[in-house]
Design a protein around this ligand. Structure first.
Ligand SMILES: *[C@@H]1O[C@H](CO)[C@@H](O)[C@H](O)[C@H]1NC(C)=O
Ligand SMILES: *[C@@H]1O[C@H](CO)[C@@H](O)[C@H](O)[C@H]1NC(C)=O
Ligand SMILES: *[C@@H]1O[C@H](CO)[C@@H](O)[C@H](O)[C@H]1NC(C)=O
Length: 512
């Protein structure tokens, strides 16, 4: 009993770092721009049965509707109020989705855009996702309501109110990020309105928030806002459970604002993980897989218990945010599967799997002219549903990386090995590596330009295992490669550099 009480107290104190996932599920999938109705279906038909712990949803609040360019994805990062309607759906649909996902043990994390409202050039009218009136010229947002008193103009000292210099922390936090009207979050009134919005989502049943643009907000203001948040809805969460908080702070080094300023408040996005993983797998800058032996803090990343990691996110997969050309995406699918497999096998951080839509890329001098293109939609701008093909892939240009069987199986792998230490590391001093997670799982990767043929200590109990990358265990048999682990824990591995997917993963639940 005493132990339980101690465990409960520790849980309370550190709860904002805990994704509050159910059934030992470990990973979050970002269903970027999906409609609420499709997410509800996906929770029931796919995410729960395949061990996904939660979904990061696109911002649920009311945003500006931009027509030039045509309905870009980034219009959802330009709020004009906190009514819960967007092109993903109505408040009723949002509520239905949160309820149905929670009912099958899949959490919902809302993307919270609280640093700013729409761009200064947003104009006046009812061109908004619920049709609410606003006037960006006058900083008038009556549906909240916010007026010009609630913005940072007086505090910003640059000529055009814009952030001009990222070495000046006052500019970065008090001025406008790409002309977005910057909220005065030190005001009690503004803090109250933001907290009211987030608390409404908590009551509906979300498990936490991805907080957008945290570099542009003072940690003290965020601390105050977070302190106003309710605990999670007890229909689905234990009494006293705090929302999971993960903050978007892009810190690749070289700027005065550091991720560490946000550690006390919650977890933080580790963009170095995304940039470096791409560099290593592409073998740029003379990087090699063998250098990953001390992957994580050893690479100058933030502490694992503060980190949220991903191979790519909705920004850097199209050249926004940070990370540059090294970032791997579904467009480089073979590398992408290796990168995602590695991330999910490795104990570092809380992992997010990206799920994207295709768009027509058009590069001019290395820059994608179509980096703004929004989700698949019909002529009137309604987001298209996500139809599921008989082979479990998605239609209508939805990529559904989270359904690629290699990625799906590595999400299951991560659940099975949860809590186990990284052990039995092996490398060939080049681009062939292997490691186990305690005695529960083992992964071998060949990213060299020649074959891998080696006997390795897996740390696993004797038996025949099904490789979950080349196939699946179904019933008592395996549709992929078989791995035979001897009584000494050793097994022989062969991976050609030309294999469709040059890696093998086995775990306790893939034992035949
Ligand atoms: C979670 O994992 C632990 C340890 O592996 C196990 O004892 C427990 O039964 C699991 N819980 C659920 C709900 O699967
Ligand atoms: C929690 O969710 C349930 C189910 O949707 C709802 O009936 C209840 O009002 C919610 N609790 C709060 C405090 O809003
Ligand atoms: C677009 O989709 C919406 C919602 O399904 C529908 O109401 C509308 O008629 C469609 N418009 C066109 C032009 O296809």
């Amino acid at each position: 009993m005493k132990l339980l009480i101690v465990a409960a107290l520790v849980g309370l104190c550190f709860a904002q770092y805990n994704p509050n996932t159910k059934h030992n599920r470990t990973s979050i999938v970002h269903l970027f721009e999906w409609r609420w109705a499709d997410i509800a279906e996906e929770c029931e038909r796919y995410l729960a049965p395949n061990g996904y712990g939660g979904v990061q949803i696109s911002p649920p609040g009311e945003n500006i509707v931009v027509t030039n360019p045509w309905h870009p994805w980034w219009q959802r990062y330009q709020p004009i109020g906190y009514n819960l309607c967007s092109r993903s759906g109505t408040e009723e649909e949002l509520k239905d989705m949160i309820t149905r996902c929670n009912n099958v043990g899949v959490n919902i994390y809302a993307d919270a855009v609280i640093n700013h409202m729409c761009a200064a050039s947003g104009g006046e009218g009812t061109h908004s996702s619920c049709g609410s009136y606003f006037n960006a010229n006058k900083e008038d947002f009556p549906s909240v309501p916010y007026s010009s008193w609630d913005f940072n103009d007086a505090k910003c000292k640059t000529a055009k109110e814009e952030i001009e210099n990222y070495n000046d922390v006052f500019q970065v936090r008090n001025c406008r990020l790409v002309s977005l009207l910057d909220l005065a979050l030190e005001k009690d009134y503004v803090r109250g309105k933001v907290a009211e919005y987030l608390n409404k989502l908590i009551d509906l049943g979300v498990a936490g928030f991805r907080v957008d643009a945290c570099k542009h907000m003072w940690p003290g203001d965020l601390s105050n806002i977070y302190s106003r948040l309710k605990t999670l809805n007890t229909t689905w969460f234990s009494p006293g459970t705090k929302p999971f908080i993960y903050q978007e702070v892009i810190d690749l080094g070289g700027e005065p604002i550091k991720v560490s300023e946000y550690f006390e408040l919650g977890r933080v996005t580790e963009f170095k993980h995304s940039a470096k993983l791409g560099t290593v797998i592409r073998k740029w800058d003379k990087e090699k897989l063998s250098y990953l032996k001390n992957w994580g803090e050893g690479w100058g990343f933030m502490p694992s218990d503060r980190a949220v990691v991903f191979v790519d996110n909705h920004d850097n997969q199209r050249g926004h945010g940070a990370g540059g050309a090294s970032v791997l995406t579904f467009w480089d699918s073979r590398f992408y599967k290796i990168a995602t497999g590695l991330m999910l096998a490795h104990p570092y951080g809380v992992t997010i799997v990206m799920s994207s839509y295709r768009w027509d890329r058009h590069f001019v001098n290395g820059k994608d002219q179509n980096d703004w293109v929004g989700p698949p939609s019909n002529a009137s701008g309604s987001t298209k549903p996500v139809p599921i093909n008989p082979d479990s892939t998605c239609g209508n240009n939805w990529v559904c990386e989270h359904r690629w069987h290699q990625i799906r199986n590595m999400v299951i792998f991560r659940n099975v090995v949860n809590g186990q230490p990284l052990s039995n590391w092996w490398d060939n001093s080049n681009n062939q590596i292997a490691f186990s997670r305690g005695s529960k799982g083992f992964i071998v990767i060949n990213n060299d330009d020649w074959a891998l043929n080696v006997m390795l200590n897996t740390g696993l109990p004797m038996g025949t295992y099904c490789d979950v990358i080349s196939g699946d265990k179904s019933g008592g048999s395996c549709t992929g490669k078989l791995v035979s682990v001897g009584s000494d824990g050793r097994a022989t591995f062969s991976i050609s550099n030309t294999d469709k997917d040059p890696f093998i993963a086995i775990h306790a639940d893939s034992k035949l």
